[in-house]
Design a protein around this ligand. Structure first.
Ligand SMILES: C[S@@+](CC[C@H](N)C(=O)[O-])C[C@H]1O[C@@H](n2cnc3c(N)ncnc32)[C@H](O)[C@@H]1O
Length: 349
């Protein structure tokens, strides 16, 4: 069973070597067809809510949120939002049914989920710890109204100064916020101030690059990767936080920092049963989310025309459906750290 590789807890300020994720063993019974239509296997800041939250933008029929402070790059319509819940499902599967890995104990009291999305993580967490008070916040109002009594959602922008009291939270959770933040060190400084002494931060991110040890440099995966890397930088809100989160978390003062990396197959090509399932969910999520990912980034940021975008999306979708041939995968990194007893005072952002 592939397990994540992890670095051991570090002393404050100690440099951490980034751990290598374990390779995925391919299923030897994949068959010969290299061009298979795998498509067959794809099921087709605590401030009050402002008017701008409901100022939706439409780009070629897809709905995008339009906050005055952060123009988020992915749509918030049903099609995309469903993808968030599929992602929650396969990430939880990957972590062996655990919602987090930080050693927060059995009795967390106050918990914050930053950029909560549909709130699916926060809902599961609140159910698991009924005595905890859980808050999830997001710039987009896409959370359900029927939630556990110990959970509340707020509409706020993580890029604005946080108005939560210092040392309030036992646990601060962040997942897949790439492309939403222009100043990551500032965000972690807010989080550090709001974490209680002995409390934890945990942050999980995808490396959004689609990797394949078999694809050539000019393969659609690599063209797509290069485009999105450039678009993220042009937008001023990087997609590359995956590589930087560990050192930022250490820099603001968290200690006992642990990082784990995972290789997540796209498609059912892994020999391991759990990874095979995770891979099929990942493929399903991508298949329905690709157009949403591309629209804003390629049209508004890179200046492409809609037909060009459609061609690229079709090529990428086709490339992903050929998972037997290319054995594509993602990398995921999870980093957690503890706020020490004696920390330099209020690293206020
Ligand atoms: C990919 S989704 C992940 C949602 C959730 N964390 C999860 O893992 O299911 C990213 C979410 O971050 C939100 N977001 C992006 N930038 C934000 C910001 N500056 N402040 C608050 N939320 C933000 C988006 O609206 C979106 O709901």
């Amino acid at each position: 069973m592939p397990s994540p590789t992890g670095s051991q807890p570090q002393s404050p300020g100690a440099a951490i070597a980034s751990p290598e994720a374990e390779d995925i063993t391919a299923d030897p019974h994949l068959g010969d067809e290299t061009d298979s239509a795998a498509g067959d296997e794809v099921a087709e800041s605590t401030s009050s809510l402002t008017d701008s939250i409901f100022d939706y933008r439409k780009i070629h029929g897809r709905t995008f949120q339009s906050s005055r402070t952060t123009e988020y790059w992915a749509p918030i319509d049903n099609q995309q939002v469903e993808g968030l819940d599929i992602t929650h499902h396969f990430l939880t599967l990957l972590l062996d049914d655990q919602l987090f890995l930080a050693p927060i104990g059995d009795n967390p009291q106050t918990v914050l989920d930053v950029g909560t999305g549909t709130g699916v993580w926060a809902i599961d967490f609140a159910d698991q710890f009924p005595s905890a008070e859980v808050i999830g916040f997001d710039i987009s109002p896409i959370q359900p109204s029927w939630v556990p009594p110990n959970l509340r959602f707020e509409i706020d922008d993580a890029q604005l100064p946080w108005t939560y009291k210092s040392s309030l939270f036992d646990f601060i959770h962040i997942r897949n916020l790439h492309g939403g933040i222009s100043d990551w060190p500032a965000l972690y400084r807010h989080a550090f101030r709001c974490t209680r002494t002995g409390g934890y931060i945990e942050h999980l991110e995808f490396n959004i690059r689609t990797l394949s040890d078999l694809a050539e440099p000019d393969h659609i995966y690599n063209r797509w990767n290069a485009l999105f890397a450039e678009a993220g930088e042009r937008m001023g809100r990087t997609f590359q936080i995956y590589d930087q989160m560990q050192s930022h978390i250490l820099d603001v003062g968290y200690v006992d920092v642990v990082a784990k990396t995972y290789k997540v197959p796209i498609g059912g090509w892994a020999a391991d049963k759990k990874l095979k399932d995770v891979g099929m969910y990942t493929l399903l999520f991508l298949d329905q989310s690709l157009e949403g990912f591309a629209l804003y980034m390629l049209k508004n940021v890179m200046g492409w025309e809609y037909p060009e975008i459609q061609v690229l999306v079709a090529q990428m979708r086709q490339g992903l459906r050929q998972w037997k041939k290319w054995q594509p995968y993602y990398e995921i990194k999870l980093v957690y750290g503890r706020k020490p007893e004696s920390s330099r005072s209020a690293v206020d952002a």
